[in-house]
Ligand binder design. Structure first.
Ligand code: TYD
Ligand code: MG
Length: 465
């Protein structure tokens, strides 16, 4: 066995130092370095006896995997995973306590078991947080039978190892990684060393067996995943479960070795567990969705692999004390400030003496760069107190020079906007070299080409169809 040495690990960012320091040199936090035992070299105990090859082989001689995916039976979870659970993979699902991680995974475990039976091995749900009676109670509430679902309530890795060897499960859910104790990593659960040891061992186990492991991780309110952050590199995918101001819950991949990371699964929590959102079009738009008041603009956003038409709300009020501030937690603050600066420069609308508030209906976080133009229209509308004519929405990225840049997935954006009853979509020129506000009819909706911000604003507020 490799010799262990003392190590000081920052509980905030996971940075390691050989000696104790008052301030972490990596993240600047004070008093966060804790003494821990260093991780052992080599595989964890689950892998003793399984020898890795000691010689290299030619890449072309290596058999390509069949890359089978296992559907969890929950469409929105499969979507966030990039199409289901990959064979041999380990997925970390993080979220605040109470958001619904245990509920989602019990539903997923039961559904996998129901659809695959015993084929490929049983499903094992390990809980270090709840008693069998509590889990049974939740299963009754969710109306899942669990006839073939194996439940193990323990926090001890030695017991889990034995059960994995005995049961040979195809899917293992560990709820949560912070409660598990591997004896060789100390006696206290939840330390960085423990979380690393447990994650490393289970990830290696799933990789060598071709099974699947889902690890639950708690994330604090501030979004600091002190523990789980340090194991992101050990797992294949990281999904974060977030709650908006409303009762919507978003499951978003922040890392995925086998799929896109922009995918978002959307759920609501009902009295019988998490339900998938079947009609995401409706919840992100206000009541009079094609004719909103001043400061509100709809935008077709490409999130993951689908277009969601969302409503952006902007409000500007005179800045207090002469210092203007931006408050936006669903769209990046810096993006809002940049778009306001572009409007100020190219349209002469002043924002530098204003406080800016931006919100997105339904509370979804928007990362699509094509949010720039609708954001500009919303800010302009709010600042001028001018509402948009009925049926208008916008899409496009903005350059600092005031150009409206092309968007991806144009056809899908047009289709989604049309389905919601919109009539005119203001966006970038369509690559045909045309410029100057020409319109193309696509069914009921017209695509209005605007190469620059000034033309886009003029077209958006024009009352002519
Ligand atoms: P839970 O899955 O225990 O959250 P986590 O594992 O992330 O801590 O779910 C927590 C909340 O969900 C709890 O407050 C009760 C609520 N809930 C429902 O509203 N409906 C249900 O069917 C279930 C099972 C839970
Ligand atoms: Mg839980």
């Amino acid at each position: 066995m490799a010799k262990r040495k003392a190590l000081h690990v920052c509980s905030s960012c996971g940075h390691q130092e050989s000696k104790w320091l008052g301030q972490c040199p990596a993240c600047g936090e004070w008093n966060t370095l804790e003494e821990q035992l260093a991780l052992q070299d080599g595989p964890g105990p689950l892998l003793h006896g399984l020898t890795a090859p000691r010689q290299s082989s030619l890449l072309s001689r290596i058999e390509a995997p069949t890359s089978a995916r296992l559907s969890t039976g929950i469409g929105e979870l499969d979507r966030a995973l990039g199409g289901g659970l990959m064979e041999g993979s380990t997925v970390l699902i993080g979220g605040e306590p109470g958001i619904g991680k245990s509920t989602l995974l019990l539903q997923a475990a039961a559904s996998v078991q129901r659809s695959t039976g015993q084929a490929g091995g049983p499903v094992l749900y390990v809980s270090g947080e709840e008693s069998p009676a509590q889990i049974r109670q939740r299963a009754d509430r969710l109306e899942v039978s669990g006839a073939h679902l194996h439940l193990l309530c323990t926090a001890h890795m030695e017991i889990i190892r034995e059960e994995l060897a005995r049961l040979k499960p195809r899917l293992v859910i560990v709820d949560s990684v912070q409660t598990m104790i591997a004896p060789e990593a100390g006696a206290v659960p939840g330390t960085i060393n423990q979380i690393k040891t447990v994650t490393h061992e289970l990830a290696e186990w799933s990789r060598t067996r071709g099974s699947q492991v889902i690890l639950v991780a708690h994330v604090t309110k501030e979004g600091q995943i002190a523990g789980p952050k340090v194991v992101e590199h050990l797992v294949d995918a990281v999904l974060l479960f977030e709650q908006s101001g409303s009762d919507l819950r978003f499951l978003r991949a922040t890392k995925n070795r086998f799929g896109a990371i922009e995918e978002v699964g959307i759920f609501t929590m009902e009295h019988r567990g998490l339900e998938e959102l079947t009609d995401p079009g409706r919840v992100f738009l206000g009541p009079d969705r094609t004719h909103p008041p001043a400061g509100v603009v709809a935008a077709p956003c490409y999130e993951g692999s689908r277009v969601l038409v969302v409503e952006i709300q902007a409000l500007t009020v005179p800045a207090k004390g002469g210092v203007s501030r931006t408050f936006s937690d669903r769209i990046d603050n810096r993006r809002v400030s940049r778009v306001a600066a572009v409007l100020e420069k190219h349209l002469g609308v002043s924002f530098s003496d204003q406080d800016i508030y931006v919100n997105v209906a339904g509370g979804i976080r928007i990362q699509d760069v094509a949010i720039d133009l609708p954001l500009a229209v919303a800010l302009f509308s709010a600042r001028q107190g001018k509402e948009l004519p009925r049926g208008v929405l916008a899409t496009g990225e903005l350059s600092l020079a005031g150009e409206v840049r092309p968007v991806s997935h144009r056809a899908q954006r047009i289709k989604a906007a049309e389905e919601m009853g919109f009539l005119r979509l203001v966006g970038p020129p369509g690559g045909s070299g045309q410029s100057g506000g020409s319109a193309q009819k696509a069914g009921q909706i017209s695509w209005i080409e605007a190469p620059r911000i000034a033309q886009a604003i003029r077209q958006a507020f024009s009352s002519e169809p």
